[in-house]
Design a protein around this ligand. Structure first.
Ligand code: SF4
Length: 190
């Protein structure tokens, strides 16, 4: 499968229709040579509706506060390849939170994206994506050190969701120190 076939197949995928109970909307953003591959958990309901990744409060914090870049830079597909464990919003659970991402999606599509995209840097967002890609490593350690996937530099970020307040309270050194190093690594690649 080449890159264009992969893209077509992801955009047509409806594997989870029965599991979700609604028609999945696969989100695809990027090209074969995007500089940074960003891998998160799953699109939110807002992204499902608008089909624009990180078009929500989580995205605002990530783009403007953490990366300190404009939408023009973030949504330029030569810059960011935006993917996730689940390419589709997985629906809501009984408590109002989002369902867990179907890992079958990551096994089927993300593993191929990792093979076919010629990026320079990976940015992994959140503990669930980190667990899939680094199953034997401690999440906190991953955030505060430089990592590798396919021999390429890899940054691991906590989830920027406004609901993740406790993690930031428990780890003040992330925003005080580590975030500056991460931002510089991203700017250097852009
Ligand atoms: S989440 Fe992934 S596997 Fe499921 S329908 Fe969407 S693209 Fe297909």
């Amino acid at each position: 499968m080449n890159f264009n076939e992969l893209k077509e197949n992801i955009l047509m995928c409806q594997d989870c229709k029965g599991k979700f109970g609604f028609a999945p909307v696969p989100i695809f953003h990027g090209n074969e040579r995007s500089k940074i591959m960003q891998i998160s958990q799953a699109p939110s309901n807002n992204v499902h509706i608008t089909k624009k990744p990180f078009n929500d409060p989580t995205g605002a914090k990530l783009k403007y506060k953490w990366y300190q870049i404009t939408d023009d830079v973030f949504y330029n597909q030569d810059n960011f390849y935006i993917t996730a464990l689940s390419h589709c919003f997985p629906g809501k659970n009984a408590n109002g939170g989002d369902n867990l991402p179907p890992l079958a999606c990551a096994r089927k599509w993300l593993t191929k994206e990792l093979e076919l995209v010629d990026n320079k840097l990976f940015v992994i967002i959140g503990s669930k994506a980190a667990k899939f890609l680094f199953p034997n490593e401690n999440f906190e350690h991953l955030v505060f050190k430089n990592n590798l996937i396919n021999n390429k530099p890899t940054i691991v970020l906590p989830h920027p969701s406004p609901l993740n307040i406790k993690w930031f309270k428990d780890h003040p050194q992330f925003e005080e120190k580590r975030l500056k190093e991460i931002r510089e690594a991203i700017w250097n690649v852009l």
